[in-house]
Design a binder for this molecule. Structure first.
Ligand code: NAD
Length: 266
């Protein structure tokens, strides 16, 4: 997808939750490169986030940072309201923030369960409920939920993550119906494994949980189901997000696009 494919997006505003790292940062970059103002969010070192923000602004767009914690509904509300106030509109919402924890269910810490459900699932309810009225009023909007192949199929030891990602698929369909006549589409992207800090952490955790080496985890667990034997690229996920915001995708709503190397076909 190149910058000429989406001329109509120039000057619009996108909020990308969890965009200080990995897929979210890749999506923020892809949008900034085609002239979309971006509100970034997520945790990290202050100086590194500021550097990232300035790099995004080098594309000639407005780039702001809001540190809302996705476990806190009042901070999420402030993220949406501040974006609207400072940028003038909330046109595109990318619900991307996410964490992972890998453990057999009997040993799964209850606080990890609560955090994953809050960040990976409930935060999208909170962002959507505040952003949707603004999109409806503007007569155009795009909501993209970064789900996962784990929104469609399960893997052992990921009870909270798989539950949250399946939940996000239901939320996607429901909201899509609620705003179908408002020129607002709601879709999910379901990536297989993308090599980001989140997955790097999982390699070590899965090795521990299964009692195998990290190399075995990459070859025989992560890429086992990924028939292409390739990690998905961050730029590939970002390209799908751009496509879902294009005019071509106007009638794509309430569904998902998989980019999982054939994982969920088997
Ligand atoms: P990552 O760890 O690189 O980035 C996660 C981002 O979320 C970071 O910016 C982090 O600061 C932010 N975050 C975490 N907790 C937060 C909180 N409480 N409030 C606000 N921000 C918070 O991870 P990633 O791999 O880029 O994952 C991004 C999304 O993509 C997640 O929803 C993940 O489930 C999904 N996903 C990832 C993969 C993969 O293989 N990496 C595959 C499928 C889906």
């Amino acid at each position: 997808m190149n910058s000429n494919s989406n001329p109509s997006l120039k000057g619009k505003t996108a909020i990308i939750t969890g965009s200080t790292s990995g897929i979210g940062l890749g999506i923020a970059t892809a949008f900034a490169e085609i002239g979309v103002n971006v509100m970034i969010n997520g945790f990290g070192k202050e100086d590194e986030i500021e550097k990232e923000r300035k790099t995004l602004e080098n594309n000639g767009v407005k780039a702001l940072y809001h540190g809302a914690d996705m476990t806190k509904p009042n901070e999420i509300e402030d993220l949406i309201k501040t974006t609207h106030k400072e940028m003038g509109s909330v046109d595109i919402l990318i619900n991307n923030a996410g964490i992972q924890f890998v453990s057999p269910v009997e040993e799964f810490p209850a606080e990890k369960w609560d955090a994953i459900i809050a960040i990976n699932m409930s935060s999208s309810f909170h962002t959507i409920r505040h952003a949707l009225p603004l999109m409806k009023e503007a007569g155009w909007g795009r909501v993209i939920n970064i789900a996962s192949a784990h929104g469609l199929v399960a893997s052992p030891y990921k009870s909270a993550y798989v539950t949250a990602k399946h939940g996000i698929m239901g939320l996607t369909k429901t909201i899509a119906l609620e705003c179908a006549e408002n020129n607002v589409t709601v879709n999910s992207i379901c990536p297989g494994y993308v090599k980001t800090p989140l997955v790097e952490g999982q390699i070590a955790d899965t090795a521990k949980a299964r009692g195998i080496s990290e190399e075995d985890v990459i070859n025989n667990v992560l890429l086992k189901a990924q028939w292409t034997k390739k990690f998905v690229g961050i730029d590939q996920v970002a390209g799908i997000a751009l496509f879902l915001c294009s005019d071509t995708a106007e009638n794509i709503t309430g569904t998902h696009i998989s980019t999982d190397g054939g994982w969920t076909a088997a």
